[in-house]
Design a protein around this ligand. Structure first.
Ligand code: GDP
Length: 440
């Protein structure tokens, strides 16, 4: 996810390395490259132009007001702009009623059925009791597909296979949910195009009758700008509450995730990045911006680990993050837990330093080994007190011990500190609630 974009932005920012002051000339070449990277990632031209202009104006305005070097300053401004573009904050789904109803809609093949089951599993892990409902009366195989996926994780599916009346199915499913004490109903609908009047009338009817607490529109990231156009046309006929982007693991360029929210004026609520039922993430603009800028995303990493492992341990880690006390021992521990999970491709970019500096070439084991070698070469005191590693003599000793070059050690450390700074910044902005919100 976002690997190409991340690499290109990293190269663009590298242009500023070694410059002590910001000038219109040095930032212009770096920004030009950032603009290219965004266009290559399939971000719309107009948005890229505005984005670059805003970063340029802010950076020139700030040049005398800050002690940051140009690269750090531009990174921070680009980070802020990316977060802004992606909608600033995560907006959670509304689950206040009993049962709450979530209506899933979108084009055929966009990933609605897969997402519905992923969402059901996600909610089950949050101690909800979901019921999946299929109201696809046009494609009989759709019910079987939903049942097949849901069966693997023991989530009940309601359907009336003989009925061709969507309202009857919704009606009966609500009664069933009450009877079985299900507190969330997820309605998976047939794929439809906004121009198909009959099909759009049908979804309006379902919407009206079920009065959902949440309507989610699913788009396939692989379709690029088309995904945005589709969402736009759909929103004119059915006012949905949020967007789900699927297939972000594929060969797509990621632009949809960066742009769709600002174009459609609706929040992205979830992203899906794989075919497995666990491959779902809550969308947090700050965390994605961190990943795009190659800073890692420790909070999401910890959450992934939490899904599989010990909750008490994870709570302690959250406390450390919120107090800005996350240290190298904690990073090592998270890496070791992640290694046990197996499918780590999607979470690689959450680990600070791993993509850029350890030439992630598809061999995660090697990348992990290098970071582990660095941390193992630290003394216990150093591992617990990352700040003392600003001392160059210590870094030289670690370099010798681990066999990793001093410049790579520097880069890894820098990313670790940057990541901590960002976490501190996010915490300072939203106070005590931050980590709770992160947990979702
Ligand atoms: P629907 O027609 O909208 O219900 O779409 P499906 O849920 O049936 O998905 C269509 C295809 O996309 C299936 O082969 C899914 O396995 C696949 N798919 C769905 N979400 C993802 C994803 O996040 N990543 C990948 N790689 N494939 C996905």
């Amino acid at each position: 996810m976002f690997e190409h974009l991340q690499n290109k932005i990293s190269k663009a920012l590298h242009i500023l390395k070694g410059h002590n002051t910001i000038t219109e000339i040095n930032i212009a070449s770096s920004l030009k490259e950032i603009g290219r990277a965004l266009i290559d990632a399939d971000v719309n031209h107009k948005i890229v132009r505005n984005f670059i202009q805003k970063v340029q104006e802010t950076s020139i305005g700030k040049k005398v007001l800050t002690s940051l070097n140009p690269k750090q300053l531009i990174t921070k401004i680009v980070y802020d702009e990316l977060v802004f573009l992606m909608g600033e904050k995560n907006i959670g789904i509304n689950l206040s009623k009993n049962p709450s109803i979530i209506l899933i809609c979108g084009l055929q093949g966009s990933g609605k059925t897969s997402f519905s089951s992923k969402l059901a599993l996600f909610l089950m892990k949050k101690n909800k009791s979901p019921l999946l409902v299929s109201v696809d009366i046009h494609r009989p195989a759709a019910v079987d597909q939903l049942k097949l996926i849901a069966k693997k994780v023991n989530i009940p599916v309601f359907s009336l296979e003989k009925s061709k009346n969507v309202i009857e199915i919704v009606d009966q499913s609500i009664l069933y949910a009450f009877k079985k004490k299900k507190n969330v109903i997820i309605i998976d609908t047939a794929g439809r195009l906004a121009i198909d009047r009959i099909m759009m009338k049908e979804i309006q009817k379902i919407n009206q009758y079920s009065n959902p607490d949440e309507v989610l529109f699913v788009v396939d990231a692989m379709t690029g700008q088309d995904a945005i156009n589709t969402a736009q046309s759909f929103s004119k006929v059915l006012n949905f509450d949020g967007i789900v982007i699927t297939k972000l693991d594929g060969d797509c360029r990621g632009g949809v995730a960066i742009t769709i929210s600002s174009v459609i004026k609706k929040p992205i609520k979830f992203i899906s990045n794989g075919e497995k039922i666990e491959d779902l993430e809550v969308f947090y603009p700050e965390r994605i911006a961190n990943r795009i800028l190659g800073m890692g995303d420790i909070v999401s990493l910890v959450e992934k680990v939490q899904e599989q492992f010990d909750e008490t341990k994870t709570k302690k880690i959250y406390q450390k993050i919120s107090k800005n006390r996350f240290n190298f021992n904690d990073l090592l521990d998270q890496i070791q837990q992640i290694k046990k999970i197996g499918n780590i491709k999607n979470i690689i970019s959450m680990i600070p330093g791993i993509n850029k500096y350890f030439s992630f070439d598809g061999n995660q084991k090697n990348s992990f080994k290098k970071i582990e070698a660095i941390i193992h070469s630290m003394t216990p005191y150093e591992r617990n007190n990352p700040k003392i590693l600003l001392d160059v003599r210590r870094k030289k000793r670690i370099s010798k011990g681990s066999g990793i070059t001093l410049s790579h050690i520097d880069l890894f450390m820098k990313q670790f500190y940057d990541m901590n700074q960002i976490m501190k910044k996010i915490h300072a902005h939203s106070g005590k609630e931050t980590i709770k919100n992160f947990i979702y």
